[in-house]
Design a protein. Structure first.
Length: 407
């Protein structure tokens, strides 16, 4: 699957099939109403939906459709509840090392300029919005209330999408090193180049592989970080030239996860992971494996749970470039972002089962209709059912779109 087709699938992610897989609408609603809690209601007990077995998970995947405002409110409620019950230490990012670096610097120092640098570098993306910015500010204040040894750290496992800023970071590290005096040496030639990334970084990775001692001597304690980032820039181009962008990208995320296991000792602490919808599927899709599914397969000792945010009557912020990528011609040509309607609640089954706030459903109980249907799963593979992909739904309705980051 090429990049454009994968972007299109993400654009329509989680749009459900029209049919109900042999079950009646009443059957779905009856089951859902008996397995629901309004998580926005602070007095409500979660025990009927998220009992002790849920909190025993090692990785909590939360899947969202990007740039819908109420997602961040629901995320905050989920984050607080899961952290209070488990004390997880790591927040897994659907982004490259650049984001991890600046978020951790912000959390360590309290200097908001680090957060601003990150958001200014990612302008034009769905994740660069005011709601995400305020979420991180709120999370910083929460983190400050924890004891130093229990504070949350960000860990990235995605390929490196922010080449411009990441390249600046790599160059700044090398410029502080004692480099070979020979101007013909590769690293000096690399630092003299500007404006392109694919070929220079392919050559830099090759030179680091051939002459590891040279780079270890130069970079010292920065060696493994630089090696990891250089590899990730190359991973971006590897995914782009692949016939299946999504499958390749997620397989490379798995390689990064394996690397970070050693860096951060991820197995010794629970992990909270907030990713786009399909990345949080715990079973294989028709067009390939997602990162959550790959981790589940490769690390069977890690117990995974997946919570999927689904929506009705909502709007989402869509970048104009993504509209163009997916072949949409009917949008204002003079705008950088467009708000579009988003609804993936087939026949309003979730709306008919939900409360006033954000309703969380457990769809994996014995007798669940979701154990025999494929409702709400995009790109479902044969032999699988909804509860194989995710076990919980958080239902969001009537949300406005996020606003582009404006600070």
């Amino acid at each position: 699957m090429n990049f454009r087709l994968w972007v299109l699938l993400l654009f329509i992610a989680a749009v459900p099939p029209a049919g109900l897989n042999g079950q009646s609408k009443k059957e779905y609603i009856r089951y859902l109403k008996n397995n629901a809690v309004d998580i926005k209601d602070t007095a409500a007990s979660w025990d009927a939906v998220a009992d002790s077995s849920f909190f025993k998970s090692d990785i909590f995947w939360v899947g969202e459709t990007h740039a819908i405002q109420f997602s961040y409110d629901a995320l905050w409620i989920l984050f607080r509840r899961i952290h209070e019950k488990t004390g997880f230490r790591y927040y897994l990012l659907e982004s490259g090392y650049f984001s991890e670096y600046y978020l951790n610097r912000y959390f360590e120092s309290g200097d908001e300029s680090f957060l601003q640098t990150l958001f200014n570098a990612t302008k034009g993306t769905m994740g660069c919005n005011d709601d995400a910015y305020e979420f991180y500010r709120k999370l910083y204040r929460y983190n400050q209330g924890l004891s130093p040894g229990q504070r949350i750290e960000f860990v990235s496992i995605d390929i490196e999408h922010q080449c411009v800023e990441t390249d600046k970071y790599i160059r700044s590290i090398f410029m502080k090193c004692e480099r070979p005096k020979d101007t013909a040496d590769f690293i000096n030639q690399f630092l003299a180049s500007q404006g392109t990334y694919k070929i220079p970084y392919k050559n830099l990775a090759a030179d680091m592989e051939v002459y590891p001692a040279k780079y270890q001597g130069m970079l010292k304690d920065k060696y493994s970080t630089v090696q990891y980032i250089v590899r990730n820039i190359n991973y971006l181009y590897l995914a782009k030239q692949s016939a299946n962008w999504g499958k390749t990208r997620d397989s490379l995320m798995l390689e990064n996860f394996k690397t970070r296991l050693g860096d951060c000792d991820l197995k010794k602490s629970k992990i909270f992971a907030y990713f786009g919808t399909v990345h949080c599927y715990l079973a294989r899709c028709r067009h390939g494996e997602t990162i959550a599914s790959l981790i589940k397969q490769n690390f069977p000792s890690l117990k995974c749970s997946s919570v999927m945010m689904l929506y009705t009557g909502c709007s989402r912020m869509m970048p104009a470039w993504l509209m163009r990528e997916t072949g949409h011609s009917h949008f204002p040509k003079d705008k950088e972002f467009v708000n579009i309607r988003f609804d993936n609640d087939a026949r309003h089954i979730l709306r008919g089962s939900s409360g006033a706030g954000y309703t969380m459903f457990n769809i994996d109980r014995i007798g669940s209709v979701f154990r025999s249907s494929g409702l709400y799963v995009d790109d479902i593979d044969s032999g699988f059912h909804t509860a194989d992909y995710f076990q919980y739904i958080v239902f969001i309705k009537d949300s406005p779109a996020s606003m582009p980051y404006s600070k």
